[in-house]
Design a protein around this ligand. Structure first.
Ligand code: DQA
Length: 144
């Protein structure tokens, strides 16, 4: 069974509590459970990882080379400036779908730019928890 890695970056552990008007009231654990269930329904295994530390995220991306076929990644604010995460995604040569729960283009100017997008297969933003579920479909279409 193909395995995918779902990664959440900084502050996303507080999903459900943090700015509920922007990110909704579902907890990260509840969203992860839905993503894992959908993956299983589509015949894929899903590992989940969250860290607010850039180095830990980079190490997990590197480790994905061993056993993962694709990555779904919400890098939070690192999206907008972390060249180190961009290089990590590029280095592992795994298809990566960039995800945002909010519509970053409707928000502050600094959120309009992603340094990760050029090394990702695509970007899904603005659909709350459904952004993650849509990313599962995207990954399935890519890796089969
Ligand atoms: C986010 C958008 C980012 O700009 C922000 O820093 C986040 C969450 C989203 O899911 O909408 O932490 O990635």
């Amino acid at each position: 069974m193909k395995k995918i890695l779902l990664i959440h970056g900084p502050n996303l552990n507080l999903t459900g509590l943090r700015e509920p008007g922007v990110y909704g009231t579902d907890t990260l654990a509840a969203i992860n459970a839905e993503v894992v269930t959908k993956c299983e329904r589509l015949g894929m295994e899903c590992a989940v990882f969250q860290s607010s530390s850039e180095g830990a995220l980079i190490d997990r991306i590197h480790a994905a080379r061993e056993d993962c076929a694709a990555i779904i990644f919400n890098a939070g604010a690192y999206t907008h400036y972390s060249y180190a995460l961009r290089d990590a995604i590029s280095a592992v040569c795994l298809p990566c779908v960039e995800v945002h729960m909010s519509n970053v283009y409707k928000r502050e100017e600094f959120r309009h730019h992603s340094v990760l997008a050029p090394v990702c297969a695509g970007v899904i933003a603005g659909f709350g928890k459904h952004s993650y579920l849509l990313a599962v479909d995207a990954v399935k279409a890519i890796i089969g």
